[in-house]
Ligand binder design. Structure first.
Ligand code: NAD
Length: 499
């Protein structure tokens, strides 16, 4: 199936339920940021519908939990095959809706597929620990059980990969998932949901992976429903604050993956050619719309002018345009609203900083969603630097000592990704030791994570962790168990209670 203009209602839901869609007021029209062409038209799910989908999900979860963990891989394998079979449609859809160039859209699908493979392996390795007991002939251990229904809310910039990070871990752990994708990526989410429907139905687990379409309102119905016991939300810091408060009220587990404000330090002994490539990708990749995109460059005074000159030359040569054309390196921003925010940020910068490269919003193919990658030399620290502008806008700082550079790295409220370029081991380790971010790299960009590690950030980025390592634990509840096989009743702490 190739992405075409489509009008649709939420999938995975029996027709008697879809009749209950009452939210005619939440009517969305999605146009492509590439040229403004119509992609999809849809209605946001009402509270009633969200509740019904959650109920259906809870029923599926109870049955799914009974499937032995290694046996769950059969469904994962089929889902892998289904996504692989639809890879080109998904890639085209991501390009059309998000504006990514082909390599990056392909990379996103690869990431989702990798995540499924990781989870297939996990079905054989989910483990619990045994602990020594102070009481004779007592066996103490921890086991992990599913939390139940997981609500997953995702951002526009990684419509498939972030779904996979969450949903694949969640079902591997025995949960079901109700997914509320971004209102800005309905077609891609729809294609994913069709694949899920097909596979879940084949395995007799309809309702295991469901999708509810809509915006903020639909997302908040999901968060406020009593049924999901875990909410994983990816998006802006403001969204995370609202979701966090609503979850706290109901003591739900919450995984927050929020905005970043990522810095790269270019140390005096850095390999500048290596750093240049990494920084270029970190600025231009996904048109600066990755949570890990570079927002700040902290450059040692001794290499500042040389590095800046090379970077500005490279950025000026960037081919901006339709991401489906082979020569394009940077597509549009997600919407005209996003491009307006970039424009507003650039005009604020003019009062406190010097625009050294780019700075303009462009009109191409009849839409004003395109912007130039922009470098801004900071003359005095100003408030906007502390906020994430979701566009290729980068603040430049000059430093003299490593301590100063690290303190600039840590100065913002967010704590997602950070990097240093250096050829000195001590400098690299000192940076890792002191960066306050969830991700810290030496000699590679802030952008471009592998799924094997836990992904996430500290401070205003929300503290959540997703994808590899032991992130599966977030999607489970821990049970501490004691089995007394002594035939008597010794009490802990040697309490003598009985005569
Ligand atoms: P957004 O906050 O506008 O929306 C994200 C999702 O949250 C959407 O599905 C939206 O409908 C939903 N939503 C918004 N308000 C809500 C509410 N009150 N209750 C429930 N749901 C709500 O973000 P966006 O513009 O789609 O994405 C860009 C942002 O996402 C950036 O800040 C970026 O850094 C961040 N992001 C973070 C990560 C990460 O892993 N840390 C990954 C990708 C994107």
């Amino acid at each position: 199936m190739s992405p075409t203009t489509s009008k649709f209602l939420p999938s995975c839901i029996p027709s008697e339920i879809t009749k209950n869609i009452a939210s005619e007021s939440f009517h969305y029209i999605k146009t492509s940021p590439i040229d403004g062409s119509l992609v999809a038209e849809f209605f946001g799910a009402s509270q009633d519908l969200v509740e019904k989908v959650c109920e259906q999900s809870a029923v599926a979860q109870k049955r799914w939990q009974q499937v032995p963990i290694p046996k769950r891989q059969a469904l994962l394998i089929d889902l892998y095959d289904e996504l692989l079979a639809n890879r080109s449609s998904l890639v085209e859809s991501i390009q059309l809706e998000v504006g990514k160039i082909r390599e990056e859209a392909e990379g996103e699908i690869q990431e989702a597929l990798d995540m499924i493979l990781f989870c297939i392996g996990l079905t054989r390795t989910l483990e619990g620990k045994i602990f020594p007991s102070e009481r004779m002939n007592h066996f103490m251990f921890e086991r992990w059980l599913p939390v139940g229904v997981c609500g997953v809310i995702t951002a526009f910039n990684f419509p498939v990969a972030v779904w996979a990070w969450n949903a694949m871990l969640a079902i591997t752990c025995g949960n079901s998932v109700v997914w509320k994708p971004s209102e800005l990526t309905p077609l891609t989410s729809y294609l994913v949901s069709v694949a899920c429907d097909k596979v879940c139905k084949k395995h007799g687990f309809e309702g295991l992976l469901t999708t509810i379409f809509g915006g903020k309102e639909t997302g908040s119905y999901l968060v406020r429903s009593d049924i999901p016991r875990l909410i994983s939300a990816t998006g802006s810091v403001n969204m995370g604050r609202e979701v966090n408060k609503a979850c706290a009220d109901k003591f739900k587990k919450v995984i927050l993956e929020l905005g970043g404000n990522n810095a790269v330090i270019i140390h005096e002994d850095a390999n500048l050619d290596q750093a240049l490539k990494a920084v270029y990708f970190g600025i231009v990749g996904t048109a600066g719309q990755r949570c890990t995109s570079i927002r700040r460059l902290i450059i040692h005074a001794s290499v500042f002018d040389e590095f800046l000159g090379k970077l500005a030359d490279l950025l000026a040569k960037t081919t901006i345009g339709d991401p489906r054309l082979g020569e394009t390196k940077m597509g549009p921003l997600i919407s005209e609203e996003a491009a307006k925010k970039f424009e507003d940020a650039v005009s604020v910068c003019k009062s406190h900083a010097e625009i050294v490269s780019g700075g303009k919003r462009l009109e191409l193919y009849g839409v004003r969603t395109y912007v130039q990658p922009t470098l801004v030399k900071v003359l005095e620290y100003f408030d906007l630097i502390n906020h994430e502008t979701f566009a290729p806008l980068v603040y430049l700082f000059r430093y003299s000592s490593l301590d100063e550079a690290i303190s600039l790295n840590n100065r913002v409220p967010q704590g997602l990704s950070s990097a240093i370029f250096t050829n000195d081991l001590k400098t690299g380790f000192k940076f890792l030791e002191n960066s306050d971010c969830g991700l810290a790299n030496v000699n590679t960009s802030t952008s471009g994570a592998e799924i094997g590690l836990a992904f996430g950030g500290e401070k205003d980025t929300g503290g959540g962790r997703e994808a590899g390592s032991d992130c599966w634990k977030f999607y489970m509840r821990r049970q501490s168990c004691v089995i007394n096989w002594s035939g008597t009743l010794p009490l802990a702490q040697d309490i003598k209670f009985f005569d």
